[in-house]
Design a protein. Structure first.
Length: 277
């Protein structure tokens, strides 16, 4: 499903939800909504260690399992292609997703913690992106514009950074759903540049399992994205108090010494050169 279709679906759903609420208020009644037995969250199925894996292991699951225990709730997790996950949340078939970058397009699909983006305590992860090119090429960024190539820039499909770059006028190639496939295409010359998480770039170099010798990252960061727990608009409309408790408890545990220690150790482990482990 294309990004424009997702936005259209989200707009119609939110409008319908608001219309129902206004009608009920006019009649002096508020529809009763039973507490859900379980909350359903989807997440991008492509692994991004140490935060998530398709097997539901990683820091995000440590975090949200702790949130569920503290609130005496049951969470169900569904690995999905990110584009499909967005559509499921927009349709109200999923209660939310993690971790969701903040952007105008995403606000049509997700409700964010009330303090976002200014309250750093609500941030699950900060992701800095960089431009990767082949060594010896002139591809670079000048005043927000890509120069030195006529080819589209590789970026993962349905990610908020793709929306940001499209708004900036960049031509994008979203054919690959995996960073390794994008790097291979870049190395072969099918692409002249790709956008990659700086952490992922450092992680791959530490692993030493991919031929990266002919590639380099531009020294200046491209974009910085903050990621949050996003809840569906229908869920928040039906359970506003529970939504507030979810965000508050996530904030509390996310910033606890217990979680910060786990996060620091997991990140350090992923960036340690494999021959040093």
């Amino acid at each position: 499903m294309k990004s424009a279709t997702v936005r259209a679906i989200a707009f119609l759903l939110v409008a319908a939800s608001l219309g129902t609420g206004h009608a009920a208020a006019a009649q002096g009644t508020v529809p009763a909504t039973a507490m859900p037995n379980a909350l359903k969250f989807c997440f991008e199925e492509t692994p991004a260690l140490p935060w998530r894996s398709r097997q539901k292991r990683g820091l995000y699951f440590d975090l949200f399992n702790a949130v569920a225990r503290q609130l005496d709730l049951r969470f169900e997790y569904y690995p999905q292609p990110w584009r499909y996950c967005l559509a499921e949340v927009a349709a109200g078939r999923m209660d939310g997703a993690f971790a969701v970058a903040l952007s105008p397009e995403r606000r049509l699909v997700f409700a964010y913690p009330p303090g976002a983006p200014n309250n750093e305590g609500d941030v699950l992860r900060v992701d800095v992106t960089v431009l990767i090119r082949r060594k010896g090429t002139a591809v670079t960024v000048v005043d927000g514009r890509i120069v030195g190539t006529d080819k589209p820039v590789g970026v993962l499909p349905a990610y908020a950074v793709a929306d940001d770059l499209a708004r900036m006028g960049w031509s994008l190639d979203t054919a690959s759903r995996d960073h390794l496939a994008q790097l291979a295409r870049l190395s072969r010359g099918e692409l002249d540049a790709i956008v990659l998480s700086a952490f992922r770039w450092d992680q791959l170099r530490a692993a030493g399992g991919v031929a990266l010798d002919n590639l380099e990252a531009l020294p200046e960061p491209l974009l910085t994205k903050r990621h949050f727990l996003g809840l569906s608009h229908p869920f928040v409309a039906a359970h506003p108090e529970l939504a507030e408790r979810l965000w508050a408890t996530t904030r509390e545990i996310r910033n606890s010494a217990w979680y910060r220690e786990r996060e620091a150790a997991a990140v350090a482990r992923e960036l340690r050169p494999r021959d040093a482990q």
